[in-house]
Design a protein around this ligand. Sequence first.
Ligand SMILES: C[C@H](O)CC(=O)C(=O)O
Ligand SMILES: [Mn+2]
Length: 333
Amino acid sequence: MSNEIILTEVALRDGSHAISHQYTVEQVRSIVQSLNDAMIPYIEVSHGDGLGGSSLQYGLSKVDEMKLIEAAVSVSNFSKIAVLLIPGIGTIEDLKEAKKLGAKMARVATHVTEADISKQHIETAKELGMEAVGFLMMSHMAPVETLVEQAKLMENYGADIVYVVDSAGALLPHEVKERIRALRQTLEVDIGFHGHNNLSVAMGNTLAAIEEGATRIDGSVRCLGAGAGNTQTEVLVAVLDKMGISTGVDLYKLMDMAEEIVAPILPKPQEINRDSLTLGYAGVYSSFLLHANRAAKRFSVDSRDILIELGRQKIVGGQEDMIIDVAAGLANK
Ligand SMILES: C[C@H](O)CC(=O)C(=O)O
Ligand SMILES: [Mn+2]
């Protein structure tokens, strides 16, 4: 277990799902400024579904994400700005534009069995002089051997770090352990973990990942992420400090910004309610939560039934239109 952990704050990307992609330039500026003051090493800024995500399918952004990235870069002299890119949603051109605006890290995300589509994006990120991260989403859906094989592909393409991403918040601590352990035994590069708190085990999963050798960890202040949110960054910093693990982050400053800057912009406190619990229970992509809530209202069906059916059909990111399909199907039954 390492005694140093490098954190990436994801509220300005994963949290975009929770606020229906309505971040303003002013909000991004004040959040980044205060995260920078608290010495958070990396801050991710993009549409919730990554560069190019603003669309009818995924949800329209209030403000062009390039403007948000530009604002973030303009107020951070310590923190590095990261962007998320899902090949097929975001393009190489989007990545070049983000790099031009000052983004330093590209996190290239694919479904856990589809790492091969990340090749040109990881290679381009490296050619552009960016740090490249391979981000294997919905990691609960593949056996450990497949995860290892896919992570190895990302490493071979040039990724500096490969993440196990528990997009559905469905993994339990022993499952995180076996995944991180297997990656640690196989890969040369750093291993990361990104959790969601739908089953209330994001913190336990994160600590399990760290125990097995993960050194790059994601969190969101006030759990501002999709579903019930991510591992809560300010809590994680406190817990790691108690364990003698250094993050370099100023805990009081992080607590203050969470309370005074982030809490007031939450539409409602992030909590595990029956819908977010169902995400973790059924193994459904956390960003489907608000889409399922809207579809449930529109078709007068129980959102839990929609989520359970999406889990049964193994619907993954990029198939948001299936949420409507499933809801309409349930309404017709
Ligand atoms: C596009 C997704 O929201 C990426 C992510 O944060 C996850 O899979 O979890
Ligand atoms: Mn996430």
